[in-house]
Design a protein around this ligand. Structure first.
Ligand code: SF4
Ligand code: SF4
Length: 298
């Protein structure tokens, strides 16, 4: 059995990435299982998803604590809780990180296992004009690295899974372009042969591990001020004071209380805690708030 564990944030599309991988493997004639686990149901909150692929019926359940491959959608997760993201790394043949600067990652965070990096965010920006919803690229990275899935199966799975969640046809085709680019750019990893892996791990594991894997940094009540949710941000809101009329709507509507008003009534954003939901941008009647892509929100 090959076990793939995805780590990302709400908005990255790791659940759909696991679905794409699972469906592609199913189309390739394998037995598959995929599932997500959430903590806080908020954009930017840590999320994990799992995919198991086997040539035999899959009896194992629960979170994957001994992954063959770890796929990370956002390198800032290493800062939040590296122990969770790297749990079971000693079993893994490799770790993939979506990263704008592979040198920043390679050899530093997980020096004992093979690391592979590719800038899926840049591919998304080029083909879709947005840094989030990386499911096609993440699914393609996993599919390529485990080399149990062909490009045609990956493309069909990407189309099916994105259509199922209501993505428009034109956007699906752009996602397919991202998937093809990622698939063509990565080398297959050297995994143990599937048959050998199945005979090694035949027993069922039904332990349920709770939401810790999904939300590694939210475990106690009353911790909002302590948690620097700025690391969750995919996009950074900025206020144009030339346009702002100081109406205060953004200050009132920010769900995290991350906006204060200065002595003149202009909004000041607390970037340690702004998680980038962009509700402030949405409610601003003057379009005075812009959003810029974060590369590393910390
Ligand atoms: S400042 Fe804006 S983007 Fe940040 S948490 Fe508040 S509403 Fe969301
Ligand atoms: S909602 Fe817009 S105009 Fe009103 S205070 Fe905020 S930034 Fe300024």
């Amino acid at each position: 059995m090959i076990r793939v564990r995805f780590h990302g944030r709400g908005g990255h599309g790791v659940k759909t990435a696991a679905r794409i991988l699972g469906t592609a493997a199913f189309l390739a004639g394998r037995h598959v299982q995929d599932s997500p686990i959430y903590g806080a149901e908020r954009r930017g909150a840590p999320v994990a998803a799992f995919a198991r692929i086997s040539d035999e019926p899959i009896l194992e359940r629960g979170v994957i604590d001994r992954p063959d491959l770890i796929v990370v959608a956002d390198e800032t997760l290493f800062r939040d809780d590296p122990a969770t993201v790297l749990a079971g790394q000693q079993y893994a043949a490799g770790i993939f990180v979506n990263c704008s600067d592979p040198q920043r990652f390679r050899g530093q965070i997980a020096p004992t296992i093979r690391s592979i990096a590719f800038d899926i965010t840049a591919a998304n920006l080029a083909k879709l004009g947005r840094p989030s919803a990386l499911s096609a690229g993440l699914g393609a990275a996993a599919a390529r690295l485990i080399s149990l899935v062909g490009e045609d199966q990956l493309v069909q799975a990407t189309r099916e899974e994105l259509a199922e969640i209501g993505v428009a046809e034109e956007t699906i085709e752009r996602n397919v372009e991202v998937a093809r680019e990622v698939f063509a750019s990565l080398p297959p990893l050297d995994f143990p042969r599937l048959e050998e892996s199945v005979s090694r791990e035949r027993n069922a594991n039904v332990v349920y591990d709770g939401p810790v894997r999904g939300a590694p940094s939210i475990r106690h009540a009353g911790n909002a001020a302590l948690r620097r949710t700025g690391a969750w941000r995919l996009e950074r809101p900025t206020v144009d004071r030339e346009i702002c009329t100081r109406c205060g709507l953004c200050f009132v509507q920010c769900p995290d209380g991350a906006i204060a008003l200065d002595g003149e009534g202009y909004p000041i954003i607390d970037y340690d805690h702004c998680k980038g939901c962009l509700i402030c941008q949405h409610v601003c009647p003057m379009a005075a708030i812009q959003a810029q892509t974060e590369v590393a929100a910390w």
